[in-house]
Write a protein of this length. Structure first.
Length: 148
């Protein structure tokens, strides 16, 4: 049996996911930020109202009067935005620097540990050689004294 639409599939399974639109539903596109900025508020509300036929749909906020800010308010807003952006950047920069320092330090420490291990191994070999040579020479001296 060939299922041609989601509706056929939903009918055969007996399930229908409300988040998946049916082929018969019309999805109204939302306005972009550019459309909102370039279109006067009254035109946005009327266009949205004409595009939406359902009364149960989401309501758009009504148009609000344009707010003008004084120079002081603009400067304060600018300072607040600048502080927030700088704080976010600082947090991110701190994280990146800390990660790079950790990575670099891990490499340096690994190299240092490998070098120290090689030196310890070399010193241990040399010490063992000296101890074994001395022990063998002492045993040979003992054997010579007992045979004479």
């Amino acid at each position: 049996m060939l299922l041609t639409t989601y509706e056929d599939f939903a009918m055969t399974n007996g399930k229908h996911d409300a988040n998946i639109p049916l082929l018969t539903e019309v999805i109204v596109p939302l306005p972009t930020l550019t459309d909102i900025i370039e279109t006067p508020p009254a035109a946005i509300v009327s266009a949205a109202a004409s595009a939406i036929d359902d009364e149960d749909s989401v309501e758009l906020p009504s148009a609000q009067p344009e707010i003008t800010l004084s120079q002081y308010d603009w400067e304060r807003l600018e300072a607040e935005v600048r502080e927030k952006v700088l704080q976010q950047l600082q947090d991110r920069i701190d994280f990146v620097i800390e990660q790079r320092v950790r990575d670099g330090l891990a490499d340096v420490l690994q190299t240092a540990v490998e070098g120290m291990a090689a030196q310890i191994r070399s010193g241990l070999h040399q010490t063992l050689d000296e101890v074994i040579c001395r022990a063998v020479s002492l045993e040979l001296i003992k054997l010579k004294k007992t045979n004479i």
